[in-house]
Design a protein around this ligand. Structure first.
Ligand code: PLP
Length: 399
């Protein structure tokens, strides 16, 4: 009898369909296997210094030494994570005097924050809709949509001209209704590098307040565009304008902590009662997913931010990363006027006006590895190959 049941249906796990490998991971493997010494890897998603390394920041190493010596327990912290970490990150994102009530919890990276925020939205409204500019970070759909939030595209960026489609965006957002969510990249837009100007942020803030929208801001690269304050300016404008807002933050890039999974989720409301309910819901949702976030990265960030000398060193290391990014961008723009747009963009990524076929040709002919979309990481380049990269790319753009 038992045999017959087994024979009728495949075993549980045999019913799973194979999944394609992550395209960026596959790209890393292809690049690693390429024997050409002059190959260029601009597919990576992490910061690299001029020597091609992703070093641990000095301030992080120093904080780790302090923790190694001084940490006295590994006892559980609770679902909110390291609350002092959250307290220290808050003014970095929102400034010193944000209005309303802002509650926050530590999350496993920006990904955890995006997912937790989406679960909160879905718990509050099963019919919730989020407007998402296209293109957007490849994981926004899986992380947010998978929580059950409906995602509606709006046009954001024109790859051919390297320009933000602001009029089209604002006109599409004319379809929104009160309570709709609006996904925005706080700074250093991934994959395009194209950030709204402050005037454009002001217009969006006006729309948010007029229509009663709920900004859902993903700020994963603060400090890597134009400095910590400038990079938060747009986020602060829309959050101030909104009655309610959700902000997913990451320290994985600006502290170089990637694998330590360090981030936070903040929610703004105008009522203390709602803030309390939000906080309770965040804790109970976190409990169903990861129970408690991993401690180490947040403990490192807390240690850096609590100690003046370490905090100053972090600012200076962050400025160095930012300066390198800006220098490569400026050099590409100077190479050819058709690459001028690269200098107006921010953060590690920009998107070139190339077809997938042209991207594959660059890979085959020049050992240049970038995502099929034409997204490239500017810090995959250094002084000795940026001109070669720009020459190969513009030659392709000629057709
Ligand atoms: C736009 C954007 N948001 C969020 C994240 C998530 O960052 P984390 O590594 O902290 O989960 C990333 C990471 O690449 C990102 O590019």
């Amino acid at each position: 009898m038992a045999d017959a049941i087994v024979a009728d249906r495949p075993m549980l796990l045999d019913r799973l369909e194979a999944k394609p490998t992550d395209s960026l991971l596959a790209l890393i493997q292809l690049c690693d296997a390429d024997p050409r010494a002059e190959k260029i890897d601009v597919g990576v998603g992490v910061y690299r210094d001029a020597a091609g390394n992703t070093p641990i920041l000095r301030c992080v190493k120093a904080a780790e030494r302090i923790l190694l010596e001084g940490q006295e327990t590994k006892a559980y912290l609770g679902s909110a994570g390291d609350t002092r970490f959250v307290e220290l990150i808050k003014p970095i994102v929102f400034g010193d005097n944000p209005s309303g009530y802002i509650v926050g919890v530590q999350t496993p990276g920006g990904c955890g924050a995006l997912r937790l925020g989406a679960e909160l939205v879905h718990a509050a409204d099963r019919q919730a809709r989020m407007f998402v500019g296209q293109p957007t970070w490849i994981n926004h759909g899986p992380l947010i949509g998978c929580a059950g939030v409906e995602m509606i595209d709006y046009p954001y960026y024109d790859k051919a001209s390297g320009a933000i489609l602001f009029d089209e965006m604002m006109s599409a957002l004319g379809q929104t209704r009160a309570g709709d969510l609006l996904l925005l990249h706080g700074c250093c837009h991934n994959p395009t590098g194209a950030d709204l100007s402050l005037d454009q942020w002001r217009e969006v803030a006006g729309l948010v307040s007029e229509r009663g929208l709920v900004p859902y801001v993903d700020i994963a690269y603060q400090g890597l565009g134009n400095g910590l304050e400038a990079d938060a300016a747009g986020t602060r404008l829309v959050v101030e304008a909104a009655e309610q807002a959700i902000i997913a933050q990451s320290c994985d890039k600006n502290f170089g902590l990637y694998r330590e999974r360090t981030g936070s989720l903040f929610v703004k409301t105008l009522s203390s009662r709602t803030a309390e309910a939000v906080f309770g819901n965040l804790l109970s949702l976190a409990r169903t997913m990861w129970s408690m976030p991993p401690d180490h990265g947040a403990a490192v960030v807390r240690t850096v931010l609590e100690e003046d000398a370490l905090r100053a060193d972090w600012r200076s290391e962050l400025d160095d990363m930012c300066t390198r990014i800006r220098a490569i961008r400026a050099r590409m723009a100077a190479f050819d006027p058709r690459l001028a747009f690269v200098n107006d963009q921010n953060g590690m990524f920009s998107m070139l006006p190339l077809t997938k076929g042209q991207v594959l040709e660059l890979r085959a002919d020049h050992g240049i590895y970038m995502a099929d979309s034409g997204r490239f990481n500017v810090v995959g380049l250094s002084d000795d190959n940026v001109d070669r990269f720009a020459a190969a790319v513009t030659e392709k753009m000629d057709g």
